[in-house]
Design a protein around this ligand. Structure first.
Ligand code: NIG
Ligand code: FE
Length: 410
């Protein structure tokens, strides 16, 4: 692969610093270089600096002019559910007519309404949907995506969902992190004996996914109407015993004490609309990233949002992700999520960028390779048609990303 030199970025947001999640005031430090340049060789970043400095050392390199553009690390979308067959338009209309997420689920909508489409689709068909989502995401500046199964909810359909993710990942230039979310909800056939389903997830589904190397993480939806804290602990125990890493959907509708999960050292806990002061204190001292998904609140028409300010001010490592899914967040746009984070959660544009890059990378344990523009890291770069980084969350509902470089390819 050849070398390339990005030159004349009006602002180069390097986010260089410790290989660790950014907390508190450090979340607002973007380490900006004006008239910046990035040297890319063999898919990696080999130098950053001013245009003058890098040009002096890089002769005969293809130059890409980033005049009047902001250049930053590609976004790391650390929470998506891309394996589904169809949008949930009936749920959408019911909610507009006044029903809540839980009421819709109780009436036969919600996650269970997506099961049939996945069970009846082939892995190839699902992979096409997933690839479409990945391509859409990279058009908005995303270069790494975490992708969950979770709408098949039987062994064959969850494995098929993970295969679809694997297939789509092979056809996309970005980086994909696969997660088994077999414990999304209890499927209808186990309604009367949910613990039997939990046993199948732990003893059959999870070992099968591990054996076929289809998942790096296990996730569980710990929530009223999904899995209890006790069931969630059983699933997370099984995950760690198979050498898989963990992440948890928690606190979306009701509060659950996060400390219950400390022994699993989850890479991330996600949603966090409902948190106690003890939960916030726990997050502040733990390595677990607090991943907020405000596009879901937006799409559900809620007036409340996760307490981003409290979390940042307490010292928790906050990340942002899309939660791309057919029920609560049908968007692949990280800039939109950042816009909602700024307008509704009062995160500054700089904090939102940190949350969408280096802290997202930490939420996937990829901070050594992703999330900042530093020599040695993967050349995953987003270029925005803007002169000031604050424009990224400012312009919303339109796409200002003019180029995305995925592992040095553009
Ligand atoms: O993250 N909370 C659980 N899972 C998704 C919703 C999935 C769905 O409604 O299809 C979420 O919001
Ligand atoms: Fe989710």
């Amino acid at each position: 692969m050849s070398a390339a030199l990005l030159i004349h970025a009006s602002q180069l947001l390097t986010l260089r610093g410790d290989v660790a999640p950014r907390r508190g005031p450090a979340m607002a430090e973007l380490a900006i270089i004006e008239d910046g340049a990035v040297l890319i060789e063999n898919g990696k970043i080999t130098a950053i600096g001013t245009t003058d400095a890098l040009r002096a050392h890089s002769k005969n390199t293809e130059e890409i002019d980033c005049h009047k553009k902001v250049v930053l690390p590609g976004f790391v979308d650390s929470h998506t559910h891309p394996v589904f067959a169809a949008p949930r338009l009936i749920d959408f209309e019911r909610r507009i007519a006044g029903a809540s997420y839980e009421e819709i689920a109780a009436a036969g909508g919600g996650i269970r309404a997506s099961i049939r489409g996945v069970r009846e689709s082939s892995a190839d068909q699902l992979a096409d949907h997933v690839l479409h989502a990945f391509n859409e995401a990279s058009a908005y500046g995303t270069t790494t995506v975490e992708a969950k199964s979770g709408y098949g909810l039987d062994i064959a359909s969850e494995l098929k969902s993970l295969e679809a993710i694997q297939q789509a990942a092979q056809r996309w230039q970005g980086t994909v992190v696969p997660t088994l979310l077999g414990a999304h909800v209890v499927p209808p056939e186990f309604r009367d004996n949910p613990n039997d389903y939990v046993r199948i997830v732990c003893e059959e589904m999870l070992p099968a996914a591990t054996e076929r190397k289809l998942a790096e993480y296990v996730d569980v939806f710990c929530e009223r109407g999904a899995f209890t804290p006790e069931q969630s602990v059983r699933i997370l125990k099984a995950a760690t015993s198979h050498g898989l890493k963990t992440r948890i959907h928690v606190g979306q509708l009701t509060q659950t004490a996060l400390e219950l999960f400390a022994e699993f050292q989850p890479a991330s806990v996600d949603h966090l609309d409902h948190l106690s002061d003890a939960d916030i204190a726990w997050l502040a001292k733990s390595d677990t990233v607090a991943t907020l998904l405000p596009a879901a609140n937006y799409f559900l028409g809620l007036s409340t949002f996760p307490p981003a300010r409290k979390l940042i001010d307490a010292g928790a490592a906050v990340a942002l992700a899309t939660d791309y899914n057919p029920g609560t967040s049908p968007t692949t746009s990280m800039p939109f999520v950042m816009s909602v984070a700024s307008t509704h959660m009062k995160m500054s544009p700089a904090e939102a960028i940190t949350a969408a890059t280096i802290n997202g990378a930490c939420a996937l344990n990829l901070q050594h390779k992703k999330g900042s523009l530093e020599p040695g890291k993967d050349a995953d770069i987003a270029i925005f048609d803007a002169q000031d980084y604050r424009e990224i969350p400012y312009w919303f509902g339109v796409n200002r990303c003019s180029k995305t470089i995925l592992g040095g390819r553009y």
